[in-house]
Design a protein around this ligand. Structure first.
Ligand code: OAD
Length: 232
């Protein structure tokens, strides 16, 4: 089977009711990014940052994977599929995708404030633990912090992502403005022979001269069209 790699962003989950970041009314319009998504913001006001992610985590209890997430799992009948997502929700997994790489962390997990990427201290929260409090400690004695890769932090999964992307026969970009690096730079590792698709209702500027098949639709309709065009 051929290898198909998806790079997904916030638009993938928009039809599930999770707001994107940079569309009008998006999350970064409401919350200053430097306050809630940087290590400096966390150092300044950990309670505010913990509360921000608690609220987003609780929102997850009410949302479900959309048709786009579900149709992506259909592709697994025809391809070896790897989903590389910038999303911190778990909707790809809940829809049934088998191989999911989270570049920017996972909202249902917490980690050590001292060493956020030490796997020993990364913990999956049960739904009744979603309300993390100042004073809740990781096993190393430091404050539990959201397992989110903030701006200015290294992206530990990028090397693994590059390995999958460089072996892709088909590369599909869905619902990302391609503004944030190193995620957006993954396109540079796709082989020249591979087929590249981009699903987004708006025009997305990509930093590449290669041929890209554009499906200008939302995730659900767009993945349905992709399926019919790839698996006729
Ligand atoms: P953005 O908010 O930058 O981009 C969302 C994209 O989704 C835009 O191109 C929209 O046109 C598109 N979109 C909107 N509705 C859609 C739909 N129904 N179906 C498909 N696409 C739709 O979000 P990202 O590119 O994911 O990082 O942002 C990247 C990173 O920046 C995030 O992971 C987050 C953010 O800051 C961190 O928090 C570290």
């Amino acid at each position: 089977m051929k290898n198909l790699v998806v790079l997904s962003g916030a638009g993938m989950s928009a039809e599930s009711g999770i707001s994107t970041f940079r569309d009008a009314g998006g999350l970064w319009d409401t919350y200053p990014v430097e306050q809630v998504a940087t290590p400096e913001g966390y150092e300044r006001d950990p309670a505010l940052v913990i509360r921000f992610y608690n609220e987003r985590r609780k929102q997850f209890l009410d949302v479900k994977p959309n048709c786009g997430h579900e149709l992506l799992t259909e592709l697994e009948k025809h391809f070896n599929v790897t989903v590389i997502t910038q999303n911190v929700d778990n909707l790809h997994e809940r829809a049934g995708s088998t191989n999911v790489i989270h570049l920017h962390g996972e909202l249902t997990k917490v980690c050590s404030s001292k060493d956020p990427y030490d796997p020993h201290y990364i913990k999956e929260l049960k739904s009744e633990e979603y309300d993390v409090k100042l004073g809740d400690l990781a096993a190393d004695g430091s404050q539990l912090r959201p397992f989110i890769v903030w701006f200015g932090e290294a992206v530990p999964q990028i090397e693994t992502a590059v390995q999958f992307v460089s072996k892709a026969d088909v590369f599909v970009i869905i619902g990302t403005s391609m503004n944030v690096y190193p995620a957006a730079g993954l396109l540079n590792y796709v082989s020249r022979e591979a087929d590249v698709w981009l699903i987004d209702p708006k025009e997305v500027r990509v930093d590449s001269s290669r041929k890209i098949n554009i499906i200008r639709k939302g995730a659900s309709e767009g993945v349905a069209e992709l399926l019919s065009r790839l698996c006729k």
